[in-house]
Write a protein that binds this ligand. Structure first.
Ligand code: BMA
Length: 801
């Protein structure tokens, strides 16, 4: 009687004209269903995107018959994308228009015993968006490049569904979350809230759980955590169960790299109902205070200042029906494997499902959480703001109890966007007031649902009630630094700023060859081929990549080497920024690279390819985000070596600095022991520029916490100015239990040595410097062992000869 009836499974899908009629697996999206049933070509291949745009201009109808033996049910649907009318036995029972809400509706009156016809009409989101725009009291602009399917800002659905400067534009439809019927009279559990008070080696937890249809009879509901069993009390006014518990000498939850990710099992028993959650005990404070420079910005975790190292998260796939938790786990695992401890869930995507935050808790990834508004201007009508109230309240109350949540941030770049449109430039008053109304609603809801959470009004922002240029002013708050990519400045320009916290900066590269092969034929292996251009959504992006190569490198000798070099230069760009900003800790307390992942195979700023493969940047990130690291910071007459330690304890290290000539001669400059002070960056040595000859680069090695030797190099001149020797690298690969070991030897210095495989898998290292006479062994773990890999080795000299 109390069991829910699942509505997931097979439905039948038709378009409004009746031309298409196909099975539709829900949860899922319509575009994927059309592809799976051979009604359209692969959406991600070639230029198919443009041939299937019509899908979002049509209405679609999904139907299914459900047999019932009783009729007293509520319908529950979440992640309904987006504009739908739901009919049961021909009667309209629910209309939806927000993909971020969960809908619950009593539908008893429409139900009957026996067969019931369920019908979901997915209305064209394009028509809806245009209608909404027409109804606005004044035009509400959107970014043309980010929104080729127009007026996406009118619809509460991932903004990148309408296209973005890295996304395919398909504005898909579907249902991706829960879909079931529950008996109306059954117990309903709301969102768990866990307030944590950390004091004197104790954590006090104030736990509350809204309940509906609760029978306040014996035995009383109980709650178990950390070996304590407590009776919960029921507050009938608020229909909420409450309990308090004190945990002595708690095992705290730490971000990856800072300690353990202990999670306590919380079990709540209410009659026959069980609720289980994992709770991390953690106190994250956002510290942003006026200081000599402007206004600081950084996170203190359990009282310890933690430098945030990470990247921006966008949805795991452009077609939500393709997202699965195994792939997402792999992406997030790669994030911590690259020594990152934070992701920023960017405001043009979606609030993620519960399991996503469970993964972040488990892996130790702090989450900077934008609310879902990005780069456009938004309506401030009563109707829109009312919708936002519900959306924000629901998202925050569902997600906030997770240990990983570091900050709620109002939006992405909405303040900047005020200056991007003619309308808002001419009439800033109207649009600024509208922005403030929206932002106040968001803030009020965040504070209502999570009064103790960290709040930041917008990203980037110099701070509350400040609407300054957070793109170029590095003195206050968080910064998005785009001058190198979007303004074409040199990589060195990253060193002209010392952001307090850089929450976005990026440089594009091509996806790896095994990804390019999934969407392009060999005849399109050309950077100006229309197929390659249509997999580049940032206007002028391919030209920027090519033009940058001219500045730093000799031009690559074929398409595959172009792809390789694009990834090398992306890595160098980001390395320049991160090594400098880590070296100025604590002025700067965070660097979040734009962007971690891709939603489809595309040229972009990501460090992980679509599907999760590591681009060279990701390997380089693992290296330059390492907790013990030496940054080379070039000054006018010398190069400063800064020893950085993100660990909470001091680490002894041995440092060896030498000059390396292109003929392979090494000239020692200095060797010394040092101690890396905890949670700091300190200059440990200066090398005069005059100590490095024209055909030399500076190489520095150090021992890390495990006494392992790590190496890096810095080239005073662009690589194109060096006469790189032919390293004649030879390699042999050997099958092992887990995959392959590949040993390589060079007979002269080889820069950015990179191994590639024609199948998916992960290398243990890549893009490194190999000295002449040296042998290095790396491993390769293929995703599947169906076919043995074919390896291709690249290095800078042979790619640009
Ligand atoms: C930032 C982001 C995204 C965008 C990226 C690259 O501003 O917030 O909107 O994709 O730049 O242009």
């Amino acid at each position: 009687m109390n069991t829910p009836i699942q509505l997931n499974g097979l439905w039948q899908l038709k378009d409004e004209t009746g031309t298409y009629d196909l099975p539709f697996e829900l949860p899922g999206d319509g575009v994927s269903a059309l592809y799976k049933n051979n009604k359209i070509e692969d959406p991600y291949f070639g230029q198919n995107e443009y041939d299937i745009r019509w899908i979002c201009e049509h209405d679609w109808i999904a139907k299914r018959v459900v047999n019932l033996t009783s009729t007293d049910f509520d319908l529950i649907l979440s992640e309904v994308d987006t504009i739908t009318e739901i009919c049961v036995n021909g009667q309209l029972v629910l209309s939806t228009k927000n993909a971020f809400r969960t809908y619950r509706q009593n539908i008893s009156e429409a139900l009957k015993i026996g067969d019931n016809e369920f019908e979901i009409r997915f209305k064209s989101v394009v028509k809806y968006a245009n209608d909404q725009q027409a109804k606005q009291p004044y035009f509400v602009p959107h970014m043309a490049e980010m929104c080729p399917i127009e007026n996406g800002n009118m619809v509460r659905k991932p903004q990148c569904d309408f296209g973005w400067d890295w996304n395919i534009a398909l504005a898909p439809f579907g249902i991706y979350g829960d879909m079931h019927l529950v008996p109306t009279a059954a117990l309903q559990l709301g969102d768990l809230s866990v307030e944590q008070i950390h004091e004197n080696e104790q954590v006090q937890l104030k736990i509350s759980l809204p309940v509906k249809n609760f029978q306040d009879t014996r035995p009383a509901p109980t709650l178990t955590i950390a070996g304590k069993n407590i009776e919960a009390t029921y507050d009938p006014t608020h229909q909420t169960l409450m309990a308090e518990v004190i945990i002595d000498s708690p095992d705290l939850w730490w971000p990856s790299g800072q300690g353990e990710q202990t999670l306590y099992d919380l079990d709540i028993l209410i009659g026959d109902h069980k609720l289980h959650r994992k709770i991390g005990l953690c106190d994250i404070k956002l510290i942003s205070e006026p200081d000599d420079i402007g206004r600081s910005f950084g996170f203190e975790v359990n009282g310890r200042p933690v430098f945030a190292k990470g990247a921006n998260w966008i949805p795991a796939d452009a077609l939500a029906g393709r997202i699965d938790s195994d792939n997402v786990r792999d992406l997030l695992q790669s994030t911590v494997d690259a020594n990152m401890n934070m992701i920023r869930i960017w405001g043009g995507g979606r609030y993620e499902p519960d399991w996503f935050y469970d993964l972040c808790d488990e892996l130790g990834l702090m989450v900077w959480h934008d609310l879902m508004f990005s780069c456009n201007l938004y309506s401030a009508t009563d109707e829109f703001l009312f919708q936002i109230e519900g959306e924000v309240a629901e998202a925050v109350s569902r997600i906030d109890y997770h240990a990983c949540i570091a900050v709620w941030c109002g939006d992405n770049e909405l303040i900047g966007a005020l200056g991007w449109f003619d309308e808002s430039k001419k009439d800033r008053d109207t649009y600024l007031v509208a922005y403030d109304r929206l932002n106040r609603v968001i803030e009020a809801q965040v504070k209502r649902m999570a009064p103790n959470a960290n709040w930041w009004p917008s990203s980037p922002s110099p701070g509350p009630m400040s609407f300054g240029d957070a793109w170029h002013d590095d003195s206050s708050g968080d910064m998005h630094f785009w001058s190198v990519w979007h303004e074409g400045k040199d990589f060195d320009h990253y060193r002209d700023v010392s952001p307090r916290f850089c929450s976005e900066f990026g440089f594009q590269s091509y996806p790896s060859m095994n990804i390019i092969r999934t969407f392009a034929n060999e005849e399109d292996f050309n950077i100006a081929a229309p197929v390659m251009e249509s997999h580049q959504k940032n206007t002028g992006g391919n030209a920027r990549i090519a033009e940058t190569m001219f500045r730093y490198f000799r031009f690559p000798n074929n398409f595959e080497n172009f792809v390789y070099l694009s990834q090398v230069q992306q890595g160098l760009a980001i390395k320049t920024a991160v090594t400098h900003w880590r070296s100025v800790r604590p002025t700067c307390m965070g660097a979040l690279v734009w962007q971690l992942n891709d939603t489809w195979p595309v040229c972009s700023w990501s460090s992980l390819d679509y599907g999760g493969g590591w681009k060279l940047l990701h390997h380089m990130e693992k290296h330059f985000f390492a907790p013990i690291f030496i940054s080379a910071v070039p000054k006018e007459n010398h190069i400063e070596l800064a020893l950085i330690n993100d660990n909470p304890d001091t680490v002894p290290t041995e440092i060896n600095v030498f000059a390396l000539s292109m003929s392979g001669i090494t000239r020692e400059l200095t060797t010394f022991k040092s101690t890396a002070e905890a949670l700091s960056s300190n200059s440990v040595c200066e090398i005069a520029r005059s100590d490095i000859q024209d055909d030399e680069v500076l190489v520095y090695e150090w021992t890390d916490k495990n006494r392992e030797r790590v190496r890096d190099h810095w080239a005073p001149r662009p690589y194109k100015n060096y006469k790189l020797p032919n390293p004649n690298i030879t390699f042999i690969s050997q099958k092992t239990d887990k995959g392959y070991d590949i040993s390589m030897t060079a007979d002269a210095p080889a820069f950015f040595v990179a191994m590639e495989a024609d199948i998916a898998g992960r290398f243990s290292d890549n893009a490194f410097l190999l000295l002449g006479g040296e042998t290095k062994t790396i491993s390769f773990n293929p995703v599947s062992d169906d076919k043995g890999p074919e390896f291709t080795l690249r290095d800078l000299r042979n790619a640009t000869l």
